[in-house]
Structure formats: structure tokens, C-alpha cells
Design a protein. Structure first.
Lengths: 396, 396
């Protein structure tokens, strides 16, 4: 199958490229390396050292005897998107080229707008390009479980039957996201649904949980790490906790720590995306996957990190609750459904505890890089203080 | 009360300014006259002749002894929004400065993106400016009943109680809009809800029905017409039907004509907005109004136009169904709720049939302008054919 990955240089993009190559697919990639630059913008870097993209492709050739055709460009530029789809005529396009950090989008108005425009424009351009050039291509779009927020009822996979005043309809589940970034994903999902209605575009909209892990089988085989961020802006809570444990800092849940989210390992995420690509929806279908394995609270994560750290290294980890810079419920009901991927054959490969041993060992192996990065872990971005004043001062 | 109207030169903006002035409020306005230019872009013009903005303000001074402070600028430019809010420190801000045509947003990818970015950016900038400068100001934001689409169940006013798997929550009603323009209003509503959660901003989000009419009391008193568009892109179905009747052309519903929408007269729209402004929500409230009086199908409108035309001018009007350029259901259930404005005192002033007599007479009075504009009435913009190819050709 010909698969084009937008954002192939990213955490998921690179891991997915390796898997697809190893399974014999033809992989084409687009990236402008903006995440590498944006992570530096906040004074950070991937904790695990990254090869340049050309060196990555060499490793792939050495290991699997097959390369990756790559275009350098910006996925939010319609011309770039039209060009790659014209050039590669892909059967499937996986869109991983959006700004993916909630705190980054909350820094100030400037970052809110750039996230809004970049993300929406890349998805809109992709929808039009597929319609104009390769209308039977399957779009696999990365959304997030965060689109749903934390309602006090079960969360279905995208749609549900509603009864109201004695009548029934099958409607999209109401969403309530928790950052401008998360809202861009809701806006994208809405735009995807509408494009599907207009043009019958085949779409898989992936509501993905939080992904953890440093390795897939192919990362180990090639030795070409995918990125692993531990800073406030680009790292997830689990990544930060692991880094804090190895750095002998307290592990710092935001607020009470009862915030609960769906999670899955990088191995599982790549398995799920591969299942989605290799089992496309019917022509004309807009399909939603809730893509996660199990759910944990932030405090569960802190306790697991502490437990595995003790098992591996013998010491104790302090858990220190810090004021929550976000605006979110810290205790709530959470029960999202997730059946469709299991029906298509998804089976989990590694539990959180297995994976935590690997993550902690990988971080421990790079303790010197960690020493340079430990100052970027604690939160500086406050949801409520997000402002436009600095942006305007800078323009004068 | 100090009221800032963004988009004060538009159809609703101008009519609202007159009403607020006549009720003794201090009115401040922002506009960049882009609708005047965009209507010319599609080869059209307001059927009723418009005074320049400065002449409009003179008429207001002559009639009510009080002027309007005006700033020329683009509401999607954060600097402009910050400046007017700093300068005027308004108690209420009515945001009418978005691109408001569904067909315009469907012309091609370029128009889809400019509508998306302009509308979203103006609302985001406004939210940040209010938060940063005048956090107790009340934002009255114009959305549309079209955000809801046409579900097979009743439509509540924004939120409803959902039961799912035996549990209950009070959630935003799921939306399903019918054009990129309508979706920008959904994206705005979502962004407004989130800003309200972040900063407790006071917001009235107005899901307005289709507005018809050429006059309010103050338009007659000042002789300063508001705009009235009859072309495919900027005119509503009712406006087009009235123009067709007077031009002795067939009246042309799209498809079967069973498409049903909420409607209200310009008099009623201005009354409702005034009620919203003069009765602001509590501090910290995000409030949704379904702002319409009754609902009609497109075919109902055609029949009413035909009936009133016969009464006024004696002749018969031909009704000719034309292929539907839009993607929409042509027969469906439609029963939106609308209680809140009635509870605040809204009472309808003119029925559709009263208003139709006035509209037809106003058009008849400008038959020479109508002769120049009759070629712009029939549809050229096809929802399904919207493409990005021309935009990219133009860029090479």
C-alpha cells in the first residue's frame, strides 16, 4: 500500500513509518521539522538523541533494504499538500502534521492563533487536495480523546443515539475540549465530518489517548530513536514523572491528580494506526476510533512510576502536588467506550508497568542529557493567564 | 450604556446602531467596509442604495442629535480589536464583523480558508482583548440557527440534558452545520464556551434565524437604508424571491424546497439584540439564545411572495424548482425551541406577510437598480464542486 505520512519526523510519525516499511508498505513522508524548532523555542530538546532525517532514512535502508521518499515542506501550505498528493498518489494519508501541544497553544494569543490556523488549514487543504486529486484515498487523521473532555456520562465512539422529547436521532457526541489545541482537533473533526458529507471522502478520525513509551520493535532494530520530550510544553505527565524520578526530583502531579485520561503504549498506538490503514473504511464512510487501552489518573501514573523506580533502582520517589496551571476537573467520572479497534484485531502488546521499566532505563542511559534539561520540567504556562498583551507590545 | 458594534456598516450592524442611538445609548463602531467590496467581487451591489458611512452618521446626528464614534479597521486584526476596546471601554460589544455568506465560503478553498481564519481570528482576538482590558464587558456574538443543522429531534437553546447508559449530564447540543461559513460559527461557539470556562467572560451567543426586511422604524425616520442583497452569494432565498417577483422572473426554490429554517424580521432581530444588550447575563455566564420567530420552508416563502405580489400588483408569479447547488436535506423534521428571549419580553412587531409588502414596495421603488442586478440572482456556486485547483493555479 502507498502510505503518505504528514509529520513523518514526529514522535508517532517516525515510529509509524518504521512499522509500515517493515510490513512492506511504500512509505512517503512530509515534514518541515517545525517540532524540532518549536521544542528549542521553549528551551528544551528531545531527551533521547535524534538522528537527522537523512540519517534516519539510511538506518531504515540498512535494516529493511528499502527507503522512504521524503519531501520537506509545511503541511499547512495548500500548495505543498497538493504537490505531495499529486506526486505520490497515496492510497492512505496519515495526518500527523499538526501542532500537538496543549500548553504551547495556551502560551498567549499568538500561539493560540498559530495553532488554530495551522491545524485547521492543514486539514482543510488535505481534504480539498484529496477531493481534487485522489478522491478514493483514505485519510487517517489524528485527533485526541481530549476532544470529548470529561462528561459525567459514558463517551461513545464518535456518535450516539440521542432521545429528546420522545424523538430519536443518531448524532455526533457533544465535545468539550480543555485547551485551544484540543479545540482545534474538535474543529478539525467537524470539518472532516462535513467534507465527508460533501464529497464522500473516506476518513478515519482517531480519538487517541495519551501515548507513552520510547520504543517499538523497529526502533530497537534500527537504533533510530523517535523523539521523547520531558518538558512542560512538549512532554506528557508520564514522561515528566519518569524524568523527575531519574533526576531524583519530586514527581509533581498538577492539583489533586484525579484527572483521568485514556492511555496506550507507543507499540499499541502504532499497531492501532496500522490496523486502521490496512482496514480502510468503506467508500463514503467517516469513521471514529477511540484509540486507547486503559485509563489512569495522573496520581495513578505517579504511583506507578514510583513503584517501578523502586523496583529498578531501589530508591524512593517523592510525590509533590503542585498548583494546577490548567483549567480542568481534578475529580470526575470517566468511562469512554472503545470497541472498534478490538473488533479489527487490536491486542495490547505491553502493559504500562512493562513499558515504564523500558522508559526509565532509556532515560537513565541518557542522564547527562537529562541534567541539561531538568530545568524545563516544571510548569510555567498558566491557562488562566494566557494573554494577548505581549504579542501586541512586540508588534509595536 | 456604551456599546461597541463590530461590523457597524452591515445589514444588522447599521440597523442596530440606529436603534441603540434612538434609545439613548452611546454607540461606537468598527468596520473596514469589506462586505461592500466583497459584494462587488461577485459582480453585485446592495439593491437599496447605500449612503457612505460618514453620510449615514450625519443623518443620525440630524435625526437624533447624537453621533457615532467610528474606527475604520479589520476586526480580525488583534491590534485593531485591542485598540478599540482600550479606546472605548465598552459595556457591551456586539460582534457582527464576520464573513456572513455561506455560498461565499463555498466558492473554493481560498474562500473557505479566508472565512475560517477571519471569523475564528476575530472572535479569538475579541475574547483575549476583553479578558486583558475590560473583563466585565458583555460579548454579544452573532452565530446562526444553521449551526444546529436539521436533526430529527427538537433543538434546545444551546444545552440539553442527555441520558446515556443510565447516567445523565447537561451538555452542549451536538451541531452539524451545512457550509464552511456555518461551521466557522460552530467553531466560534466552541471557542466562546471555552473562553467563558477559562476567564468567566460574559457572553450571549445568538443562534439567529434568517432575517428578512428592509426597514426598521429608525431606517424610515433617518432615510438611511441598510444594505439589501439579492444576489446568489449575499442575498437570502426570500430576498432573491422578492427580487425575482418584481423583475417578472420565475421564483426559484433550490430542489424540492422543503428545507425549513427559523426566520425573523429585521425589526424583530434588532428588538432581540437590544433586549440581549440591555439584559446582560450574570458575570461568568455563557448564554445561548435561539433567536427567531417562526419557521418556514423555502417553498412556503415562494408561496408567500407569490401571494403578496398578486395582492399588491395583480400578476401571477411562476415558481420554478431549480437543481440544488447546496448539500442539504430537502425534507426534514424541524422544531427548535426558543423561549429565553420571550421570557425577557420579546414580542413580534411585524408578520412575514406585513413585511413582504414593504420589501416588495422597496424593491419596486428601485426597479432600475434591479434591472442592472437581475443577472446575479441565479446560483453559480456549487457546494460539491468547491475546489482548490484554481487557487493553486493562480499562485504559480
Amino acid at each position: 500500500m502507498k502510505v503518505l505520512i504528514l509529520g513523518i519526523d514526529g514522535y508517532i510519525g517516525w515510529s509509524l513509518a518504521l512499522r509500515l516499511i517493515s510490513r512492506g508498505h511504500d512509505v512517503y513522508g512530509l515534514d518541515n521539522f517545525i517540532t524540532r524548532r518549536r521544542v528549542r523555542e521553549v528551551g528544551s530538546d528531545s531527551l533521547l538523541p535524534l538522528l537527522s532525517f537523512s540519517k534516519r532514512v539510511e538506518r531504515v535502508k540498512d535494516t529493511y533494504g528499502k527507503g522512504i521518499e521524503f519531501t520537506r515542506g509545511d503541511a499547512s501550505d495548500p500548495k505543498v499538500i497538493y504537490d505531495v498528493i499529486k506526486r505520490y498518489k497515496p492510497d492512505a494519508i496519515v495526518h500527523l502534521a499538526e501542532q500537538r501541544s496543549a500548553p504551547y497553544s495556551m502560551i498567549d494569543l499568538k500561539h493560540a492563533l498559530s495553532t488554530m490556523h495551522g491545524n485547521i488549514q492543514s486539514t482543510m487543504s488535505l481534504l480539498y487536495a484529496v477531493k481534487d486529486i485522489k478522491p478514493d484515498a483514505h485519510i487517517v487523521k489524528l485527533g485526541t480523546m481530549g476532544e470529548y473532555g470529561t462528561p459525567n456520562i459514558d463517551i461513545p465512539e464518535g456518535f450516539f443515539e440521542v432521545e429528546y422529547h420522545g424523538r430519536r436521532d443518531y448524532l455526533p457526541f457533544p465535545k468539550f475540549a480543555g485547551s485551544w489545541y484540543h479545540w482545534t482537533k474538535v474543529h478539525d473533526s467537524n470539518n472532516l465530518m462535513f467534507a465527508n458529507k460533501l464529497w464522500k471522502t473516506r476518513i478515519t478520525d482517531v480519538m487517541q489517548g495519551v501515548v507513552y513509551g520510547t520504543r517499538t520493535r523497529e526502533i530497537t532494530e534500527t537504533g533510530a530513536y523517535t523523539r521523547f520530550d520531558i518538558d512542560e510544553v512538549w512532554g506528557t505527565a508520564l514522561n515528566r514523572f519518569c524524568a523527575q524520578a531519574i533526576a531524583k526530583m519530586p514527581v509533581t502531579p498538577y492539583g489533586k491528580g484525579g484527572q483521568t485520561r485514556g492511555f496506550l503504549s507507543l507499540e499499541d498506538s502504532i499497531q492501532c494506526l496500522t490496523i486502521g490503514i490496512e482496514n480502510p473504511p468503506e467508500n463514503g464512510e467517516y469513521r471514529v476510533f477511540n484509540q486507547f487501552y486503559e485509563h489512569y489518573s495522573v496520581l495513578d501514573l505517579a504511583n506507578k512510576v514510583s513503584k517501578i523506580y523502586r523496583k529498578l533502582y531501589g530508591g524512593d520517589v517523592t510525590i509533590e502536588h503542585v498548583p494546577n496551571p490548567r483549567v480542568e476537573m481534578e475529580e470526575h467520572y470517566y468511562n469512554p467506550e472503545h470497541k472498534k479497534l478490538f473488533e479489527l484485531g487490536y491486542r495490547t502488546v505491553r502493559t504500562l508497568e512493562d513499558e515504564l521499566s523500558i522508559i526509565l532505563s532509556d532515560i537513565n542511559r541518557h542522564r547527562r542529557r537529562l541534567d541539561r534539561l531538568r530545568h524545563v520540567i516544571m510548569p510555567k504556562t498558566s491557562w488562566r493567564k494566557s494573554s494577548g498583551l505581549d504579542m501586541l507590545k512586540a508588534r509595536r
